[in-house]
Design a protein around this ligand. Structure first.
Ligand code: SAJ
Length: 453
């Protein structure tokens, strides 16, 4: 059945309503998209500033085209922001599941979201959990609702008699492409019972163009953890390779580029570590579920975290060696061209340098209006790219923002650089054969992401 097909929506009722709990990076785009596809949506958040903003048709996150869509659906009255759940046909939970200091998953927000919707549930409702969770959480949430609402029948008690449907469907969208991927990506949709899966698949087919694939809740939970752990492992391989190349003085990007000419090899890119709220976090959920069986997944996390420390030590050494020079940290977000600082290894490196070297540290971050206080309190200064290129002898490239890619190589002459993303690297041998004398214009401090030339 095609997307936005009236027959699909009519499976719910004439004007189906949904309550999306958690208006963050996933919840707000999901709520806005659903509102544009025939749903009357209530977006719920416990943060009054977010509710206030969305109620005015504004957004609190940077994501292409989201501002226009939210403005449109709010002005049409299809999306309303509120601070507590209302009665609806479908409830979608999109709250964060952070990692506790002990590296254990913290599902407190999910539990409190479920507690907040439980009083509003009515027979026939569908409850969907999208937050990344340890395996078994969806079933536990079904049981939590059962304990709070003995008047309802939950599928974890009786699949046949259930009058509330509960399912898990992880989000898998990439920041920067969220509105596109929300519609186009395939979805793994796992109910507590077969009937729950069917209902949830019907729901997603109202706004997803990708394939909606039914499974069980536990499988869908593990699929999500596996996807992000797989990517973390692959990035860890690239990061480990970059350390080996640094020690023996070989350009890691040239190695990767050439290895990737093999038809069955696709090595990812090294960097200053892995950030974001997903890949840097989710593998620990798997490790937590079976610590004795997951040495590879744990080690990948440690390798990626260790890369940030390695870069910090390199920069520290350079600042010690060049005691009259200042360092510019270029980029502090967790990946390029976004404003998201969550779990950012670049921010961690900049913060450690700032606490040690104070005003010798400048920060260039075009996507963030105000530097976090951990940097300013330590004495680091915000600078424009031009200012940094003029006043800093050491350049620490941490994020491959478009602005940094455009820096002319002549601007780097005489600077000491650590290019953790390989954007200022020399051309590969084959590409540079005819112009090898042009390759080495500036002093590279490290082959961790730089060409020795
Ligand atoms: N990174 C590298 N080298 C690479 C690729 C990425 O160092 O070759 C780093 C990035 O710089 C960044 C981190 O990894 O610090 C994560 O970036 P990402 O682009 O790989 O992923 P996220 O965190 O933006 O989104 C991931 C995606 N998951 C997968 O690709 C398996 C996305 O599809 C998920 O929806 C998202 O996690 C999530 O919400 O779970």
């Amino acid at each position: 059945m095609s997307n936005n097909d009236p027959r699909v929506l009519s499976m719910f009722n004439d004007e189906p309503t949904a309550c999306v709990v958690g208006l963050g990076y996933i919840g707000l785009p999901t709520a806005a998209l659903m509102a544009s596809r025939g749903w009357r949506v209530f977006g719920v958040d416990t943060n009054p500033r977010i509710v206030e903003k969305v109620a005015l048709g504004k957004v609190h996150i940077v994501e292409p085209n989201l501002d226009d869509l939210v403005q449109k659906v709010v002005s049409l009255g299809r999306l309303r922001a509120t601070d507590e759940p209302v009665f609806a046909d479908v409830f979608v939970i999109t709250v964060p599941t952070p990692l506790a200091a002990s590296k254990q998953p913290d599902c407190a927000f999910v539990v409190s979201a479920i507690r907040s919707i439980a009083p509003k549930l009515r027979a026939g409702n569908l409850v969907i959990l999208e937050s990344t969770c340890p395996v078994g959480t969806t079933a536990e949430m079904s049981e939590l609702i059962a304990s709070m609402r003995p008047d309802l029948c939950l599928p974890s008690r009786s699949a046949a008699a259930a009058n509330i449907h509960v399912a898990y469907c992880p989000e898998r969208v990439l920041p920067g492409r969220i509105l596109i991927e929300l519609q186009e990506n395939d979805r793994s949709i796992g109910g507590i019972s077969e009937r729950c899966t069917e209902r949830a698949v019907e729901f997603y087919e109202t706004f997803v163009k990708g394939e909606c694939i039914g499974t069980t809740a536990a499988v869908a939970e593990l699929v999500k953890l596996s996807e992000n752990s797989f990517r973390d492992l692959n990035i860890a391989f690239a990061n480990e390779l970059s350390l080996v190349c640094d020690r023996i003085g070989i350009d890691v990007w040239q190695v990767i580029e050439l290895a990737n000419h093999h038809p069955r090899v696709k090595i990812l890119q090294p960097g200053p570590g892995v950030g974001g709220h997903c890949i840097a976090v989710d593998p620990w959920f798997l490790v937590h579920s079976a610590p004795d069986l997951t040495p590879l997944i744990r080690t990948a996390r440690e390798v990626n975290d260790g890369k940030a420390d390695y870069i910090y030590q390199k920069a520290h050494h350079l600042l010690d060696e060049n005691s009259n020079e200042r360092v510019a940290c270029l980029g502090i977000t967790f990946k390029p061209n976004i404003d998201d600082l969550r779990e950012s290894p670049s921010l961690e490196i900049a913060e450690r340098l700032a606490s040690k070297f104070k005003s010798r540290v400048s920060i260039v971050e075009p996507n963030v209006a105000q530097l976090p206080s951990c940097l300013t309190d330590a004495g680091a200064q915000k600078a424009t790219l031009e200012e940094a290129l003029t006043s800093c002898g050491i350049l620490l490239l941490l994020v491959d923002h478009d602005e940094f890619r455009k820096v002319a190589r002549e601007e780097l002459v005489g600077k000491v650089t650590i290019d953790t993303r390989g954007i200022w690297k020399s051309p590969t041998l084959s590409a540079s054969m005819g112009r090898r004398s042009n390759v080495r214009h500036f002093r590279m401090a490290s082959t961790v992401g730089s060409a020795a030339g």
